[in-house]
Design a protein around this ligand. Sequence first.
Ligand code: AOF
Ligand code: ZN
Length: 357
Amino acid sequence: MGAALALGRRGLGRTWPNPAVGCVLVRDGRILARARTADGGRPHAETQALTRTDARGATAYVTLEPCAHEGATPSCAAELTKAGIARAVIACRDPDPRTSGEGIARLRAANIPVTEGIRRAEAEADLAGYLLSRTRGRPRVTLKLAASLDGRIATASGESRWITAPPARRLVHALRARHDAVMVGAGTARTDDPLLTVRDIGHDRQPVRVVLSRRLDLPFPSALTATLDAAPLWLCHGPEATEEARARWSSDPRVHLLECATEGRQLSPAAVLSALGTAGLTSVFCEGGGSLAASLLEAGLVDELVCFTAGTALGAEGTPMIGALGLDSLAAAPRFTLHETRAIGPDVLHVWRRLPL
Ligand code: AOF
Ligand code: ZN
């Protein structure tokens, strides 16, 4: 199951809207075949592993319950049965209403013994994005913050690039690659003119780039529009976006517009995430700015915080990494538990998670 989990993890950011599942077929203590869900979500892990070996009498280790629904191709539960496996070991159940226990029931009905729950916590952590999108209709949200040791992301003059060193920036690219999408607010898109692509780590698949702009008044052209062939661009806007702005952006088929409800003077973070979930995203890596970070935190929509801290101080006049939260008591403050601490070159990484995942 460890091998299946490791394999599944390699599919993160590549299989949406489907989960990144890993499957290992074993007989007499030897691995016969292994596979993960293919890029784009099909074929499924089990189907692929089965094409690589004669699995008669084998034990199938799968990180997610095999699917039970028949479509253009038979279900994985049916494929495993047909292949003559002797036993199945499953880490966690699939909440997809078409499967949800039915995959396991079908295997058992075919007299295949099933053991479930092996390394469940790890599988649920790896598949958290998919599980959340199925159970709550929204992608998992990772909020990345990179700041000085006094929590500032820019000087008073607005200088903000390169607070952290190259090793942290490389890790950020690896993290982008493991998510289905990278997301920023309009302010960041305007002031930083970012690319939001994965670069310099030998990666071949780009996450979707999501920009929130209530009025759809983003600068044009920009680094984002110059790189539309490299990675898709999805713009979340409010009902107040003018016809002219909508027409300008929707004239390019590589740009996808999503209209979302507004809440006061900004887009509703819950509405944005629900639109992104409906569009198939299972995980989003949010890279700022401070006001988007604040509105996600305020709405209780941050599942993981990835904080890079650099050994520098920018002072009270610098821009804080999180905007106003409007808290009136400490008890109302969002709380996270520490998951990981690591030195990254000269910087420090803290990963915080909201419990339960
Ligand atoms: C598996 N193995 O590797 C994956 C599964 O649109 P479809 O037909 O591909 O079905 C999508 C559903 O398949 C998805 O919601 C989830 O229930 C399951 N994903 N199942 O047996 C896999 N990726
Ligand atoms: Zn399947």
